[in-house]
Write a protein that binds this ligand. Structure first.
Ligand code: GLN
Length: 284
C-alpha cells in the first residue's frame, strides 16, 4: 500500500482565502429567475451589500440544499424538518440578508449539481475540494474537519497500513469516498458506497464492512448512538488531511460576498460561537 494517505486528499484545499482559489470566469449553471434584480454575468462577483437586492432563484427567498443525515451538522428534527448546525447557520445568514430560508433535504451527491438551478446554496458539512470548485464557488470556510475511521469496538485497525485488504464503507460522493476510492484504485481495498452514512455504520455492525470512513463529528455522534458497538478513531492515525467546510454557491454569483459578509457578522456578534456550542460541542 502507498505510504501515507495524506496526499490522496490533495484535492482538499486552501486553508485560508478559499475564494481566492476559485476561478470566477463563468456563471454557467446559474439560472436565475427572471425576477432577479441584478445580473451576475461572468466575472462579476461584486456584492450589493449596501441595501441592494440579493439575487436568488425566488425573490426574497434563499433555498438551501442539505443532506439531513449528517449529525450534528444536519439531521431531521423531532418535527421531521431539517435541523442541526448548518441549518441554524444558514437561517441566521438568511436573516442577515433579509431572506426567508427554505431548507431542502436532498442526496449529498446531487447537491453540487443543484446549486444555481434547484437551490441557491448547499450547506452540508461540505468540504472544499478542487473538483467541486470546477462547478461551484465556496464561501469562506466556517469549520475545520478531518475524516475519522469507525471500526467495530475491539478491532485491531489502528493505522494506514491496517486498511490494506479491507472493505470500506463510505457515504457516496463524500471526501471519505474519495479516500477509499483511491485505495480501491490502488488495488488495496474494496469500497461499499451508501446514500446514508448510518447505513454504512449498520453494515459495520453487521460485519458487512470492516470500517467506515466519515467526518469526525458524525463519527463521534455514531460512536455515541451505537455505544459499545463501534469506536471512532482519529484520522491523524491514518494520515488524513485537514478539511474545510464551506457553503457552495453559484459560480461568479454576488451571493458569494454577501454570504461571506453575513458569516463575518455572525462571527463578530457571537452568534456563530453560540451555534457551535449549542449544536456541535454538545454532541461531542
Ligand atoms: N465533508 C464531507 C464531504 O464534503 C462529507 C459531507 C457529508 O457527508 N455531508 O464530502
Amino acid at each position: 500500500m502507498k505510504k501515507g494517505i495524506a496526499f490522496l486528499l490533495s484535492a482538499v484545499l486552501c486553508v485560508a482565502g478559499l475564494t481566492a482559489c476559485s476561478s470566477q470566469t463563468t456563471s454557467a449553471g446559474n439560472t436565475e429567475s427572471s425576477s432577479s434584480t441584478e445580473s451576475t454575468s461572468a466575472g462579476t462577483s461584486e456584492a450589493k451589500t449596501d441595501g441592494g437586492a440579493v439575487s436568488t432563484l425566488e425573490e426574497g427567498k434563499l433555498i438551501a440544499g442539505t443532506n439531513a443525515a449528517f449529525p450534528p451538522f444536519e439531521y431531521l428534527g423531532d418535527n421531521g424538518a431539517p435541523d442541526g448546525f448548518d441549518v441554524a447557520l444558514i437561517k441566521a445568514i438568511g436573516d442577515k440578508l433579509g431572506l426567508e430560508v427554505e431548507v431542502q433535504d436532498m442526496e449529498f451527491n446531487s447537491l453540487v449539481a443543484s446549486v444555481g438551478n434547484k437551490i441557491d446554496v448547499a450547506i452540508a458539512g461540505m468540504t472544499v475540494t478542487e473538483e467541486r470548485l470546477q462547478e461551484v464557488d465556496f464561501s469562506d470556510a466556517y469549520y475545520e474537519a478531518v475524516q475519522y475511521v469507525i471500526v467495530p469496538s475491539g478491532s485491531e485497525i489502528a493505522s494506514a497500513d491496517d486498511l490494506t485488504g479491507k472493505t470500506i464503507g463510505v457515504q457516496l460522493g463524500t471526501t471519505g469516498d474519495f479516500i477509499a476510492t483511491d485505495l480501491e484504485d490502488a488495488g488495496d481495498a474494496t469500497v461499499q458506497r451508501y446514500d446514508k452514512a448510518v447505513d454504512a455504520v449498520n453494515d459495520l455492525i453487521n460485519g458487512r464492512v470492516d470500517l467506515v470512513i466519515i467526518d469526525k463529528n458524525p463519527a463521534l455522534v455514531f460512536e455515541g448512538n451505537f455505544e459499545g458497538k463501534v469506536t471512532a478513531l482519529d484520522g491523524a492515525q491514518f494520515d488524513f488531511e485537514i478539511e474545510n467546510y464551506a457553503i457552495a454557491l453559484p459560480k461568479g454569483s454576488a451571493l458569494v460576498s454577501q454570504v461571506n459578509q453575513a458569516l463575518a457578522e455572525l462571527k463578530e456578534d457571537g452568534t456563530f460561537d453560540k451555534l457551535v456550542s449549542q449544536y456541535i460541542e454538545e454532541a461531542e
